[in-house]
Design a protein around this ligand. Structure first.
Ligand SMILES: CC(C)(COP(=O)(O)OP(=O)(O)OC[C@H]1O[C@@H](n2cnc3c(N)ncnc32)[C@H](O)[C@@H]1OP(=O)(O)O)[C@@H](O)C(=O)NCCC(=O)NCCS
Length: 129
């Protein structure tokens, strides 16, 4: 099942994300998280909904559950749920081949390279219209 988490769950999910992906999420008014659950949380998608734009912050699936289309289902759910979106953008490390091919599958195109975006790793800035 995929669902959007509510504010009361934020702290618990933030710890789960930090422990499993070493990624820090910060709550703010534009911030949303979708989770994929099968008893436990197996994957998540964190994004900012800024009026008619979406910025994807992070998408993660627990390693032993990867390659089962969980990330694809999270993205499909996102684009079905959020309507009238002008564009969706994200940054992804240029060596993250799997994530890049996932995003391309959903129609994201590379706009530019952001040098040293992740400390000393470059990132692609991608957009989906
Ligand atoms: C990237 C990530 C979220 C993908 O999750 P997932 O649930 O395994 O992804 P899916 O099963 O939906 O795979 C989607 C697509 O990835 C691509 N893919 C899968 N394995 C791949 C590989 N080894 N090399 C290249 N592309 C690959 C395919 O296009 C696949 O779609 P298809 O099977 O329909 O052809 C997951 O690997 C992950 O959590 N990685 C660590 C965190 C991360 O790097 N997040 C991205 C931050 S921007």
């Amino acid at each position: 099942m995929i669902r959007k988490i509510n504010d009361t769950e934020f702290d618990k999910i933030a710890i789960w994300v930090k422990n499993n992906f070493n990624y820090t999420i910060t709550n703010h008014p534009f911030f949303n998280i979708l989770v994929f659950e099968d008893n436990d949380i197996l994957g998540f998608l964190a994004y900012n909904l800024i009026y008619d734009r979406i910025e994807i912050e992070y998408i993660g699936v627990l390693p032993s559950y990867q390659n089962n289309h969980i990330a694809s289902k999270l993205l499909t759910y996102l684009f079905n749920q959020e309507k009238n979106i002008k564009n969706t953008t994200l940054e992804v490390a240029i060596d993250n081949k799997k994530a890049i091919s996932l995003y391309k599958k959903f129609g994201f195109l590379v706009v530019t390279v952001k040098k040293n975006y992740y400390q000393n790793i470059d990132a692609y800035y991608m957009i989906r219209k």
